[in-house]
Write a protein of this length. Structure first.
Length: 312
């Protein structure tokens, strides 16, 4: 969901919950009156066809910003509930009794669904200062909290990608801030769909975004993913109302977290790498060197100078 507003989100959540209750009543009516069931009941992808399923999909970024793991649980429980209803509805439509275990599953998943919705309603207002209104992404405060929480449990490397939209001021100046906002929203939706488990995206400020990736094997892997994001965005233009295709590009700086390195220092190194990419012509990915690699480079230069003039 873009243009996140906590009060509007809660109101939309209430409306979606009401739509699902209407859906339940529709099923009961069909069972009692022996009328035909709709596609949002009998189809295998019924959880995607019902109004509540469409709400979950359209508000995916906002749900993830509030609680990514719980958002996955909500989607899973919603699908389970639809599967149970479909198993119940099949025999009923043929005048046969359903199975008790299917009805037990339906009751359990419905209760879990309501529990998850209550959680999101309670926390939406609490977290509204931590979520960006325009993109639905978490802001710096959440980045700091998540980094402190994830860092101790992260297996392997932790990579931070610093993303900056190229020529964003020119886009605003030429097309207007409305299109500039569309560019940022487009970037977030496209990039967010590419993230893997253990990866989170944040709006750092203006046209700057940060992705943290836990459990990265090495810097080359982080570079490859950042390069994939850069290429995908470059090849996915925004189609404006006039039909014009507006292409965008980004420059990405990557830093691999060093032991005990504070978040501020990690961001600073990724930002510096991004700036180098800007100076080199934009639309590229640059990895920040580690302090160890810098020291090795300096040592090698010092060693070379010692042997300058040698006949070896």
């Amino acid at each position: 969901m873009l243009n996140f507003d906590a009060k509007e989100f809660v109101a939309a959540l209430d409306a979606a919950q009401g739509a699902h209750l209407d859906w339940s009543r529709k099923i009961l009516r069909a069972a009692v009156l022996r009328t035909d069931l709709c596609a949002d009941v009998v189809q295998k992808n019924a959880h995607e066809l019902c109004l509540f399923g469409q709400f979950l999909e359209s508000h995916n970024i906002a749900f993830n910003a509030l609680h990514a793991e719980r958002s996955k649980q909500l989607s899973h429980v919603h699908k389970q509930m639809h599967d149970a209803i479909r198993n119940i509805a099949g025999p009923i439509s043929q005048g046969l009794p359903g199975k008790e275990q299917d009805f037990d599953l339906f009751e359990r998943t419905q209760a879990e669904l309501l529990e998850h919705l209550a959680y999101f309603k309670t926390h939406a207002i609490h977290h509204y200062t931590q979520v960006d209104n325009l993109t639905g992404l978490p802001l710096r405060q959440r980045l700091e909290q998540d980094f402190a929480r994830k860092r101790p449990t992260c297996q392997g490397q932790l990579a931070l990608m610093f993303i900056d939209v190229d020529h964003f001021k020119s886009i605003n100046d030429f097309y207007g801030h409305h299109i500039g906002d569309k560019v940022l929203q487009h970037l977030v939706v496209q990039t967010h769909n590419l993230l893997a488990p253990g990866q989170s995206m944040y709006r750092y400020g203006g046209e700057e975004f940060i992705i943290t990736a836990c459990n990265v094997p090495d810097a080359n892997t982080a570079h490859a993913q950042a390069e994939f994001i850069r290429e995908f965005l470059n090849e996915t233009p925004i189609i404006m109302e006039s039909g014009e295709a507006l292409s965008i590009s980004v420059t990405i700086g990557i830093a691999i977290a060093q032991p005990q390195e504070p978040l501020e220092k990690l961001i600073e190194r990724a930002d510096q790498a991004m700036y180098i990419g800007k100076k080199q012509g934009r639309n590229r990915v640059i990895c920040a060197p580690t302090e160890e690699s810098i020291q090795l480079l300096n040592d090698s230069k010092t060693g070379a100078s010692k042997f300058s003039g040698s006949s070896l």
